[in-house]
Design a protein around this ligand. Structure first.
Ligand code: ADP
Ligand code: UDP
Length: 236
């Protein structure tokens, strides 16, 4: 398998073509952004943490019946994945109030929900990723009704698996963002990443934040938080 030209450079990752047109290589950077790209910085070692953590979690999810784009970890920062057409929706699951939910509805952070919630944002930089409901997503042909149903089913399954997995590591899974894509064969699979960039992780005993909120909110100890969550997941 040969690495070919760069297809895309995003805020946190680069995507490269390979000599197999159904596969791409994702390369994780240390670059960090927040607030719609307004805040920029670097988090030393983040690319390694996010690559390896994503791959461990995707393999766990595969075992538990959620299909993913994961194929093979190539190095600390690079992974071979199935090339997909990304469904342009950010799928957000929440177990506890935080972030934009707390702000939008004027409630404190840290209120546990009786049932997890789901919401979608339309992945569109020009429009700044607006909140969208499933009817509007279907009307805009971002996904079919059947795809939305499958996305919901997979997203709640991911939550069940990961909530339990992280609790055993003394970590509360507060909320997270998923992306799905369609493979060349037309299968819907979990894509992109699952990492401290895309999840909120709170220490179950102390409530300490072990995720990108330390960067977003200038809380300090950003690198250490990424190292700590990585340590809990990998033992390294
Ligand atoms: P952004 O585009 O938001 O800056 P990244 O820096 O993470 O985000 O860039 C990675 C890009 O690759 C994202 O647009 C993501 O949707 C896309 N992507 C993730 N997994 C795959 C895949 N398996 N095939 C094709 N594209 C993917
Ligand atoms: N999230 C993400 N990418 C985004 C927006 C949100 O990965 O573009 C994740 C974020 O890390 C958190 C969850 O989705 O785990 C919910 O984020 P929220 O809507 O509260 O937005 P934020 O507080 O980041 O503005």
């Amino acid at each position: 398998m040969e690495k070919r030209e760069q297809l895309y450079e995003g805020k946190a990752k680069k995507v490269f073509a390979t000599d197999d047109e159904t596969l791409v290589i994702v390369s994780y950077k240390d670059d960090a952004t927040a607030f719609d790209g307004l805040k920029k910085g670097t988090i030393a070692g983040k690319g390694v943490v996010n690559n390896r953590m994503t791959n461990m979690l995707m393999q766990l999810l595969e075992k538990r019946g959620v299909p993913t784009h994961f194929v093979k970890e190539l190095s600390e920062r690079e992974t071979l994945v199935k090339k997909v057409h990304i469904v342009p929706l950010e799928v957000i699951i929440r177990n506890v109030s935080a972030g934009s939910f707390a702000k939008r509805y004027g409630v404190e952070e840290g209120i546990p929900f009786d049932e997890p919630t789901i919401e979608f944002s339309y992945k569109n930089d020009d429009l700044h990723d607006p909140l969208i409901n499933s009817y509007h997503a279907i009307a805009l042909h971002l996904a079919t009704k059947e795809e939305i149903e499958l996305i919901k089913k997979y997203a709640f399954k991911v939550n069940e698996v990961l909530k339990e997995y992280f609790l055993a590591l003394n970590v509360k899974l507060i909320d997270f963002k998923l992306e799905f894509g369609k493979t060349a064969e037309g299968d819907l699979v979990l894509a992109d990443e699952i990492s401290p960039d895309t999840c909120r992780f709170w220490d179950a005993r102390t409530g300490e934040k072990l995720d990108k909120d330390r960067f977003r909110r200038d809380l300090g100890g950003v690198e250490d938080a990424y190292k700590e969550i990585f340590h809990r997941v990998t033992g390294e």
